[in-house]
Each structure stands twice: as C-alpha cells, then as structure tokens.
Design a binder for this molecule. Structure first.
Ligand code: SF4
Length: 203
C-alpha cells in the first residue's frame, strides 16, 4: 500500500468547494460567521468513533443514524425491508480496497465503468512524486489489484491456490470480498487505523 490522498482530493475538497459555491462565498471569499450548511453523514453506531465535527465553521455535521441508535445491521434490515438487500458498500469505482467480487461486479455489469477503471489502473502505474509511504518517489509500480497485475489481466475470477497459500485464509477472504467497511468522505476506508485493522497491515 502507498500513500493515498483519494478522499481529500476527490471528495473533501470538491465538497467544500461546492458548499462555498452554494452559500455564495466561493474561495477565497470569507464565509461570514453564522452562515453554514448542515451536512448529514451516515455513520452508524458501529463506527461512532468516526463521527466528528466539521473542520470548517461553514459546515456543521449531523449524524442521524447515531441519533436514531442504528447499527450497520439495522441499516441492512431497513434496506432489506425495501427490497434493497443487495445495496453495495459505498466506494469509489477505482478503489484499491476492492476485492475480486467488486471488480467482477463492475466488469460484468458496467462495461463503460470497467473501461474507466482499467484506464485508471494503467494511469497510476508510476504513482506521483510523493507516492510512497515516506512521501518519496515510487520506485516500483502501482496497481489497483493486490496481484500487482494490470486490472484487465488480474486474476479476479477467483482467489488462486497460489494466492491462498501466500496470504492465508483471512487475507484471501479479504482479497475476494474487499474490506468490510464502505467509504465516505468523512469515514474513509484508507484511514491508517482502519486499514491496519482490516488488513492486518503495519504502517
Ligand atoms: S473508496 Fe475511499 S479509500 Fe477507496 S479510493 Fe475512494 S476515497 Fe479512497
């Protein structure tokens, strides 16, 4: 795993820009005190520790699921009651935390999106100027799939025997299913402690 600025660059910055535009105070105009948007964030009680105040005074965070005392399973039950039991985890299309299942789902159901993620995978091969964990140039190559094979050639149809032998059962299960948590701008699955907990990685 390398450094990732995905949530900050692709989600948080665009949201703040849009909020400022909606309020009528685009950057760098100062937003007057007392002018703010209320932002509803769907963190359930399982992840209450991730519920935080906004870091700017023109946004105020509200966590309705926590106020209702709803856990992840309460949400699943509710969605199931509406016939939406197969609602996928929220995440970006080209997320490096996808498992084979998510990659197959994109490939088999959304050809245009599959083309998009294959191109994205090719585009990140050299990373960026501060790509590795210490903020230096990436010496190797970056891939979205854990096999470190271009996505359109990666073994996503099943976990291979070699992968299972190398990874062990638990990591092999994650290779198939991806990380358990979804991802939102305010509960990013790339947060270090979350990744370490989910993948058993060291920093
Ligand atoms: S889903 Fe989250 S961790 Fe994955 S690429 Fe998007 S912001 Fe990053």
């Amino acid at each position: 795993m390398t450094r990732r600025q995905c949530t900050g660059e692709y989600k948080v910055k665009p949201i703040k820009k849009k909020v400022r535009d909606l309020l009528g105070y685009p950057y760098p105009t100062r937003v007057p005190k007392g002018i703010f948007v209320e932002q509803w964030i769907g963190i359930s009680t399982d992840e209450f520790h991730r519920a935080k105040d906004a870091d700017v005074q023109y946004m105020r965070n509200v966590h309705p699921l926590i106020e209702m005392n709803w856990s992840r399973s309460d949400c699943v039950d509710y969605l199931s009651s509406l016939g939406l039991a197969d609602t996928p985890k929220s995440s970006c299309l080209g997320c490096p935390f996808h498992g084979n299942f998510q990659w197959r789902h994109i490939r088999d159901n959304s050809p245009a999106e599959w083309e998009d993620v294959v191109k994205f995978d090719a585009a990140i091969r050299k990373g960026n100027a501060r790509a590795n964990a210490t903020g230096n140039v990436l010496l190797g190559e970056a891939f979205l799939h854990r096999s470190r094979v271009p996505l359109d050639q990666a073994p996503i149809d099943h976990v291979t025997a070699a992968e299972r032998a190398a990874l062990g059962e638990e990591a092999a299960a994650e290779l198939e299913q991806g990380v358990a948590n979804g991802c939102s701008p305010w509960t990013c699955r790339s947060e270090v402690e979350a990744v370490q907990a989910e993948f058993g990685l060291t920093a």
